[in-house]
Design a protein around this ligand. Structure first.
Ligand SMILES: [Ca+2]
Length: 145
C-alpha cells in the first residue's frame, strides 16, 4: 500500500503581499441580504443590496499600489443602482474612487483604474430607487504587472 503513495511536487510560492485579492470578510453590511456571497472570486452567487444600503469588505490580503479595483454586479428591478466605490488601507480612512451606474441585469465586471495606494478594504454603497436592488457577486483589488 505504501508503494502507491505518490509524491506531490508543489511549487510553494509565498505570496506576501498579494498582487490581487478578493473579499475575505464582511466588516459591515446595511440593508443587505446574503452578504457573504460577495466574498471570494465571482461565482454568480450574489449579495443583494437594497435602497441606500452598502457593504464594507476586508480583502484576503493587502494589495500594495493597487491600480485596478473591480466589482462584479448587476441590477435587478425597474431602474438602476447608483453605486459609489471606496477603498481603504486600514478600514478607517476611505478614498472614494468611483461613482457609477449599474444598469446591467446580467452580472458584469466594472473596472476602476487609478493609483489607489495600498488597499485592504473595499466599500460599496448603493443609492437609488427601492424599485430595484444591486446584486454584488465579488470585489477585487489588483496591483500593476
Ligand atoms: Ca459571489
Amino acid at each position: 500500500m505504501a508503494s502507491d503513495e505518490s509524491s506531490v511536487n508543489a511549487d510553494v510560492t509565498v505570496v506576501s503581499p498579494a498582487n490581487e485579492s478578493y473579499g475575505d470578510r464582511v466588516v459591515d453590511a446595511d440593508e443587505t441580504l446574503l452578504s457573504w456571497l460577495a466574498l471570494e472570486e465571482p461565482d454568480y452567487l450574489c449579495a443583494a443590496i437594497f435602497r441606500n444600503g452598502g457593504m464594507e469588505i476586508e480583502l484576503e490580503a493587502e494589495v500594495p499600489d493597487a491600480e485596478t479595483v473591480s466589482i462584479w454586479a448587476a441590477d435587478v428591478g425597474l431602474w438602476h443602482s447608483n453605486v459609489k466605490v471606496y477603498v481603504s488601507e486600514n478600514g478607517r480612512r476611505w478614498q472614494k474612487i468611483a461613482s457609477l451606474k449599474v444598469k446591467s441585469t446580467e452580472n458584469q465586471r466594472y473596472d476602476i483604474y487609478g493609483s489607489f495606494g495600498d488597499v485592504r478594504y473595499i466599500k460599496v454603497e448603493r443609492s437609488g430607487t427601492p424599485l430595484s436592488f444591486l446584486m454584488l457577486d465579488a470585489v477585487r483589488a489588483k496591483g500593476g504587472d
